[in-house]
Write a protein that binds this ligand. Structure first.
Ligand SMILES: [Zn+2]
Length: 586
């Protein structure tokens, strides 16, 4: 890091957090804080707070918080140094030689690459009007001029170096152009990557052209050619047309399709809340990005086998990120573009309304393989159904589906129920193993953050009496991790109840053996800064969240045990308790 401490302080000082955040969202002052709708999770009532006094922000919905630098890092998706640069520029603070030269060069290079891509996009756009084949292709697909313009659709000339020569005439070097992926280096020199293709610019949330997708006009291969990964384009972090969708007011849900043309075609028919995942391998980062704009995501991939397995993968990733996911199923052999052009918008809306939930989709897929008029198939399908239902946590939901299908299957309800139970038992033992593994992982990752938060709190408590009272009004000593931390928390809490405060040195006196004392001095071996005091609420929340997580795990095991003993009512009760806790979780 080449920003001096003084410089960082100056940058923070000259960028008022309330003023800065107001540029991204509407803030209303209530009490000491300013409130707004959180830009990092979807919500209807404001739980995102900004404090002028502390120069901090914090979201009570998703627990994201920090200072002006953290905010810029998150919202603009920048590195720490990039965020400092961004803020310095914003406040008119001159950047001196203390900045990391490499970082600065990287930022400058990125800006150049955006410019090159923008020039290329303009070039492609101008070309399409001059090329009869390309225009014919667009009109053949029923694409209107204004829509083609909206998405910046262009055409790459059938030439080895037209684009490269154009860009060089604008003053860019081969080396820089190559870094956009628009040209490729070979023995004899550079040649254009995209030739004789319809070009779709991929634009990020800030409006920069970051990459291109190119489609052939005929049936030659590859049908689609995309920009490679570059310093400004990462496929797993990008979503096509999200820059357009994010502008929609009152956005309720987002439809995810596979291809550029699906997005554009649906848009032309007035269905505008559509994005493409740029390939079928849906990623966690993409799920998080989508979730910033809508909680409900509808997957509308092609109905071929590849599309189906991609749908299932996408569904589980989105669900893990806490999205409500649905599946729109298209007739075999059709993509959304084909469908809406041949069947029309109302037929598409019908499909939308009949979208499946994840579990319905799985059942639907399983059912396709059986002829339910044959007894043998009905038995086989029942078994399959039981396997799917056994993955559900809620006994109520399981009941609903069993009732729904017993009529159709003409099979005894209890028989299916017994089958679900049998599978659930298998699932539980497998699950326990999974829990242990994930717990170990948590030990390594989450737990370190948890331990740090605990240490900070214990230190603050040993320094300030009022903070110490505040802490133990909000969390109990048993929320700290078992062992030493819990012990120390107990000691402090007891003193607080006596109206006294206890120093770190004094705490050590209350511990039994030397080893513990040694460990405890390590706990108090850290410095507490002003910032730590400001972050106290975040530390407390971290501990609180962790203890809820543990409680949920305990209850889930208890619920599964009840389920096995067929104590349905008790299982339901525990389930409700879990749901209540889930609500308190971030
Ligand atoms: Zn939030």
């Amino acid at each position: 890091m080449y920003f001096s401490e003084d410089k960082v302080s100056e940058i923070i000082e000259k960028n008022d957090i309330v003023e800065l955040i107001s540029q991204y969202l509407n803030l209303t002052k209530k009490g000491k804080n300013h409130w707004g709708l959180c830009p990092f999770h979807t919500e209807k009532t404001p739980s995102f707070s900004v404090s002028l006094e502390k120069q901090l922000f914090y979201c009570f919905g998703c627990s994201v918080g920090g200072n002006v630098i953290t905010f810029v890092q998150k919202i603009e998706r920048l590195s720490y140094v990039e965020a400092l640069y961004f803020l310095a520029k914003r406040a008119g603070i001159p950047i001196d030689e203390r900045i990391d030269k490499n970082e600065l060069e990287k930022i400058k290079a990125k800006e150049e690459l955006y410019k090159i891509n923008t020039e290329a996009a303009k070039f492609f756009y101008e070309n399409i009007k001059k090329n009869a084949n390309a225009m014919e292709y667009l009109s053949g697909r029923g694409l209107e001029q204004n829509i083609a313009k909206k998405f910046g659709i262009g055409y790459s000339i059938d030439s080895w170096d037209k684009l490269n020569r154009f860009l060089k005439s604008k003053g860019y070097s081969d080396d820089l152009i190559e870094r956009t992926g628009l040209i490729v280096k070979k023995d004899k020199g550079y040649y254009d990557r995209f030739r004789n293709r319809i070009m779709f610019p991929i634009i990020d949330l800030k409006g920069n052209v970051i990459a291109f997708g190119g489609r052939v006009l005929d049936e030659s291969k590859p049908k689609y050619l995309n920009s490679p990964e570059t310093m400004i384009y990462s496929k797993s972090n990008s979503i096509y047309a999200l820059n357009i969708v994010k502008e929609i007011r009152g956005l309720k849900n987002i439809i995810v399709v596979e291809g550029y043309m699906d997005v554009i075609s649906l848009y032309q028919f007035g269905i505008k809340n559509v994005v493409a995942s740029l390939g079928t391998a849906f990623t966690k980062q993409q799920a998080r990005l989508l979730k910033r704009y809508a909680n409900e995501i509808i997957i509308a991939y092609d109905s071929d086998v590849a599309g189906q397995s991609a749908t299932l993968k996408g569904l589980s990733i989105l669900q893990k990120e806490g999205c409500i996911v649905k599946v729109l199923t298209l007739p075999i052999g059709m993509d959304p573009d084909d469908f809406i052009r041949s069947k029309g918008v109302s037929a598409f809306n019908d499909l939308l309304n009949r979208s499946y939930s994840l579990i319905e989709y799985k059942i639907h897929n399983a059912k396709k393989n059986f002829d339910l008029s044959i007894l043998d198939d009905r038995v086989k399908f029942s078994k399959k159904l039981a396997v799917i239902l056994s993955k559900l946590e809620s006994p109520i939901e399981i009941d609903v589906y069993i009732k729904k299908f017993t009529k159709e299957l003409r099979i005894n309800e209890e028989a299916i129920y017994a089958e679900v139970k049998k599978n659930k038992r298998k699932h539980i033992s497998g699950n326990n193993r999974h829990n242990i593994i994930s717990r170990l992982k948590k030990d390594e990752n989450d737990l370190s953050g948890q331990i740090i938060a605990e240490k900070k709190i214990l230190n603050i408590c040993a320094l300030y009496k009022d903070k110490s009272e505040y802490v133990f009004k909000r969390i109990k000593p048993d929320s700290f991790s078992k062992g030493l931390h819990e012990k120390i928390a107990n000691i402090i809490n007891l003193k607080i109840k006596e109206g006294k405060m206890i120093s770190a040195g004094e705490i050590l006196i209350h511990l039994e053996d030397e080893k513990e004392k040694e460990k405890a001095s390590q706990v108090f071996n850290i410095d507490i800064s002003k910032k730590d005091i400001e972050l106290l609420d975040i530390y407390i929340d971290k501990i609180y969240q962790f203890s809820i997580g543990n409680k949920i795990e305990e209850l889930t095991i208890a619920m599964n045990e009840c389920f096995e003993r067929e104590e349905k009512e008790k299982a339901n009760k525990i389930f409700m308790e879990i749901m209540d806790l889930q609500k308190k979780k971030k």
